[in-house]
Design a binder for this molecule. Structure first.
Ligand code: PEP
Ligand code: MN
Length: 363
């Protein structure tokens, strides 16, 4: 299915932006004082554009802090009035959306658990129809790019064009370093499917621990994502949710200072010339690789003919094991990634067997 969403760049609703979009604020709003004191600190850092604060919290188990509810909307209004920051919160049903529209919340986002439910997304899209609301969609908890695209399509079909995707990682299947494992392949796939869609990263929910925020944020910039949503709390040790992953506004500033922001291209002509040169060399090498592959296939076909005449099978397991062992040894010597070389030869071998089987099936 070809998707062609009509989406606007972030600069459409945030004209003064010339840097990546940075959204920050507490996981949950807890009190007027906590909401405002965090916002005041964040607003001093001119890199922060949007203040986030969860008020309806989707918790995995009941009985945990489930958010302050609608009163939080009043605090978001105060934050906006006092600091001038745009405000945002998570919405999970029609009533949340209606209340946010009334309260003038600038940015709404659909959480990972809700994106996984097309019913919920449709319900939200139906209420937003006819508005030009900024709406962000976190990836679903399971690594299904189609579900993520589907949610964006539902919103787009309701006429919403100010869309942003948020990568917040996926539920791990086993013990893992990160709370939710990042899957950059899926993000790159989303970018390929929807090239105009802004995509930002939520390193907080990927990391689960504040010490990993920097490495995940840098990775997001390295692959060219358009911004970050990082949880920040005036006093993380007292946070009622996601304590271990929140940072103070001062710690956030330190992380931002260290990050290298990368751009899609450079204005330096020297850079362009050098890139052009190196790309030319890559093109040449790729052509050589393909010619050598074609030669290899020629020999594979000769062997196929020979096996056929001698009634020998196309697949020879021992030979295959030998090849893998030998190529793996060479990979180490050449400093190539072992898994990559194995996957490459797996593909080459599969196609060789296919070609030989075809020869055998011809009469
Ligand atoms: C959140 O942003 O606080 C949140 C609950 O995120 P997610 O939907 O990614 O779990
Ligand atoms: Mn959180």
């Amino acid at each position: 299915m070809v998707t062609n969403l009509k989406v606007m760049p972030i600069s459409h609703w945030l004209p003064k932006i010339d840097n990546p979009l940075l959204i920050s604020g507490p996981c949950s709003l807890e009190s007027e004082e906590q909401a405002l004191s965090t916002a005041r600190e964040l607003a001093k850092d001119k890199r922060v554009f949007v203040y986030r604060g969860g008020i309806w919290k989707p918790r995995t188990r009941p009985g945990m802090f489930e958010g302050v509810g609608s009163i939080g909307l009043e605090w978001l209004k105060l934050v906006k009035q006092e600091t001038g920051l745009m405000t945002g919160t998570e919405v999970a049903n029609a009533q949340h959306v209606e209340e946010c529209l009334k309260a003038g919340v600038d940015v709404m986002w659909i959480g990972a658990r809700s994106t996984a439910s097309p019913f919920v997304v449709q319900e939200i899209a139906d209420v937003l129809k006819g508005t030009d609301q900024i709406i962000m969609v976190k990836n679903p908890v399971n690594p299904d790019v189609q579900l993520w695209v589907g949610a964006l399509e539902r919103l787009n079909q309701a006429g919403l064009k100010n869309l942003v995707a948020i990568h917040r990682g996926f539920t791990p299947f086993s013990e893992s370093k990160y709370r939710n494992f990042p899957n950059w392949k899926t993000v790159i796939e989303l970018r390929r499917l929807l090239p105009n869609l802004p995509i930002i990263c939520d390193p907080s929910h990927i990391s689960g621990k504040r010490e990993y925020l920097f490495e995940i944020s840098q990775k997001a910039f390295d692959i060219g994502l358009d911004g970050l949503m990082i949880e920040s709390h005036i006093d993380p040790s007292c946070a009622l949710s996601d304590k271990d992953q929140q940072v103070t506004p001062a710690e956030l500033a330190k992380i931002l200072d260290k990050l290298v922001i990368r751009y899609a291209s450079s204005e330096d002509p020297q850079f362009e010339n050098k890139l052009e040169l190196l790309r030319g060399r890559i093109d040449g090498i790729d052509h050589e690789i393909m010619e050598v592959l074609a030669q290899r296939m020629g020999i594979v076909k000769q062997i196929g003919q020979y096996k056929k005449e001698n009634k020998v099978t196309a697949l020879q397991i021992n030979r295959w094991a030998q090849i893998m062992e030998d190529r793996s040894r060479l990979a180490e010597k050449l400093d190539l990634d072992d898994a990559f070389v194995k996957a490459l030869f797996q593909l080459i071998h599969e196609d060789s067997v296919r070609q030989q089987s075809e020869i055998m099936d011809q009469d």
